[in-house]
Design a binder for this molecule. Structure first.
Ligand code: PMP
Ligand code: GLN
Length: 381
């Protein structure tokens, strides 16, 4: 195989979900909800399927969906995008990230990203021939070290790859942290790709601030989101990019030769979802906040050091105190031992040692599933 795919292996999510199925474990590994999103969206998808919307949609996505994305960004954040050339529909956020990195990163370019990071970031930087430069969010609070970020930027830096709310730590970058990112981007004239797929999954008093809303950022930011997380339809793989026309055009150039298009009947259904307004989103948010506490309280009661996140649907624990090996060993043996699957966070680190004893647990599951997982984990106490 070519160098660009060497070492990419199998994603941890495929590996751990297969293990969950094989062992009959409760799967708190891969981040997908076990309850579907709004029935109106399922109905809209069924109607589109039966109504003949089964051929290639237009390259940039169907206009009603691009309009719905633009309306949603305006309603939620006051951001104004032209559906004609500032919105692009993609095959999930995964393709948006891949197409953006392929569109902007030259061989040898450096991409500064928050570590730990969603596993596709490192893989796509490698596919583009770039070099990922990590800026580590460190336990216990996983905040952004602005000085470390500044130090990470060099002459070779092409872009900053930001993710907030952040997978896997659940950190929601504060306005002040994002202002520091923005100031650096403006000062060094950098492009920013921001993955905001968890934009609606924020808890307590945390607030999601889209980077593109900050001064000087609209013209240099490629924003990415997805229906998977917002509407609990991860299998539909409908994502989107919003950015200035020349940036969208570059991403589209790469995207059109990756998948061309996808998800014809799901595109109108996601437009329907975006037009349902904020009530269903608020319901999901409050539900997940409660589930977060259910899982985190339970893990803490077992004596695990638990980092309660302000966003996403993942919680992190440090298992150092259990004397059950590192996170990889713990997660590989846990399914057969206790029947629960989690993800070793070390796979999200450029230097796995930095996340050696951290383990990520997904709480986007029915209450009885979370309770069953906690019952099975009781022997850890
Ligand atoms: N970015 C982050 C941070 C994620 O956690 C995920 C996983 N769902 C994605 C992107 C991929 O999103 P999608 O399923 O829409 O491709
Ligand atoms: N984003 C999801 C997670 O972090 C998984 C997506 C995938 O399986 N690639 O669990």
């Amino acid at each position: 195989p070519a160098r660009r795919v060497q070492g990419l292996g199998t994603t941890i999510f495929a590996e751990m979900t297969a293990l969950a199925v094989e062992t009959g474990s409760v799967n708190l590994g891969q981040g997908f909800p076990d309850t579907d999103g709004p029935v109106e969206m399922v109905a809209a998808a069924a109607e589109a399927l039966q109504g003949g919307q089964n051929q290639y949609p237009p390259g940039p996505g169907i206009l009603p969906l691009r309009e719905a994305v633009a309306e949603h960004q305006q309603r939620c954040y006051g951001l104004v995008w032209d559906p004609a050339d500032e919105v692009l529909i993609t095959t999930g956020a995964t393709e948006a990230v891949a197409a953006a990195l392929l569109a902007f990163v030259e061989p040898g370019d450096e991409v500064v990203a928050l570590e730990p990071f969603y596993d596709s970031y490192a893989a796509c930087v490698q596919l583009a021939g770039g070099r990922l430069v990590p800026v580590t969010l460190r336990a216990p609070d996983f905040r952004l070290d602005v000085d470390a970020l500044r130090t990470a930027v060099t002459e070779k830096t092409k872009l900053l790859l930001v993710n907030s709310p952040h997978n896997p730590t659940g950190t929601v970058l504060t306005r002040a942290e994002l202002e520091a990112v923005a100031a650096l981007a403006v000062e060094r004239d950098l492009l920013v790709v921001t993955d905001e797929v968890y934009e609606h999954l924020v808890y307590d008093d945390a607030e999601h601030v889209p980077l593109a809303t900050l001064p000087g950022m609209r013209e240099r930011t490629v924003s990415i989101s997805s229906a998977g997380k917002t509407f609990s339809f991860t299998g539909w793989k409908i994502g989107w990019v919003t950015a200035a026309p020349e940036l969208v055009a570059a991403v589209r150039s790469a995207k059109q030769f990756l998948t061309y298009v996808s998800g014809a009947p799901f595109q109108p259904a996601v437009a329907t979802g975006l037009r349902l307004g904020s009530a269903p989103l608020e319901q999901v948010r409050l539900d997940l906040q409660r589930k977060r506490d259910l899982l985190c309280d339970g893990l803490e009661a077992l004596g695990l050091q638990t980092f309660r996140p302000q966003g996403t649907y993942f919680a992190t624990t440090d298992i150092a105190g259990l004397a059950l090996g590192d996170g990889v060993e713990f997660c590989r043996t846990l399914p057969r031992k206790l029947g629960v699957v989690a993800i070793p966070s070390s796979v999200f680190y450029a230097e796995p040692e930095r996340g050696r004893t951290l383990v990520r647990w997904a709480f986007c599951k029915r209450d009885e599933v979370l309770e069953e997982a906690l019952r099975r984990l009781a022997p850890l106490a």
